[in-house]
Design a protein around this ligand. Structure first.
Ligand code: TYD
Length: 208
């Protein structure tokens, strides 16, 4: 997967923070803990828009979409998330810290497994965040967490999550080379310990 990010634009958006990691890595839990902090807007992809709802329905296996259709839907959803009025860019420009549960890296990692170059082409023009938290976890531990959930999704099985981890590990350093500040966190640590590390970074950004 070398040089896949060659065409990726290097522009980063100030005050834009992204959490990434395999399923069960706890990105949503950490983002939930940041909700309500002054001048912090928490958000997620897929979004709660109509496109996002369609995607979630496919992720739950209620409808079947061709993998390339799903890849295109993820980037359409992202385009609205970023550029719509009141979206990520607007909020960052107004001085808010925007914290998103997943972004382009999720498409490169997850859709990259089945769709090769397509997600790279569709996502290379989106700007990069200023800060990335990568919650890294052994897929076996993550699967034990997921197995307790009632609403399982199409990507939530061990073999796929092993590929996901491998792809994150190869792509995260490439984002770093493009100028993103990257914090790698051992996601098997207790929630509170991770939350402390996250809060330190977030508070430092809010003071800038
Ligand atoms: P997740 O973030 O775990 O939320 P939930 O709590 O609703 O399950 O699930 C979103 C899933 O979508 C996750 O498996 C990763 C996947 N995904 C992609 O495959 N590509 C993308 O571009 C994005 C944003 C998410």
């Amino acid at each position: 997967m070398n040089d896949y990010l060659t065409n990726q634009k290097s522009e980063t958006v100030k005050r834009f923070v992204v959490f990434e990691g395999g399923d069960g890595s706890g990105t949503s839990t950490q983002i939930e803990l940041l909700r309500g902090k002054p001048h912090v807007w928490t958000t997620r992809e897929p979004t709660d828009s109509l496109i996002g709802c369609l995607i979630r329905s496919a992720l739950r296996g209620e409808i079947t979409l061709h993998p390339e259709t799903l890849t295109r839907l993820f980037s359409a959803d992202r385009n609205e998330h970023l550029f719509a009025k009141g979206g990520v860019i607007d909020r960052c420009n107004q001085g808010d810290l925007v914290v998103s549960d997943r972004y382009t890296l999720s498409s490169l990692v997850y859709q990259g497994v089945l769709c090769g170059d397509l997600p790279f082409k569709l996502n290379e023009d989106f700007p990069l965040p200023e800060l990335l938290f990568f919650l890294d976890i052994d897929p076996q531990i993550a699967m034990r967490r997921i197995e307790n959930r009632s609403d399982r999704e199409i990507y939530e099985y061990l073999e796929f999550q092993e590929l996901v981890r491998e792809r994150y590990k190869s792509l995260v350093p490439q984002w770093q080379q493009k100028g993103v500040r990257v914090i790698v966190i051992d996601a098997s640590e207790p929630i509170e310990a991770i939350a402390r590390k996250v809060a330190q970074e977030i508070d430092a950004l809010r003071k800038e």
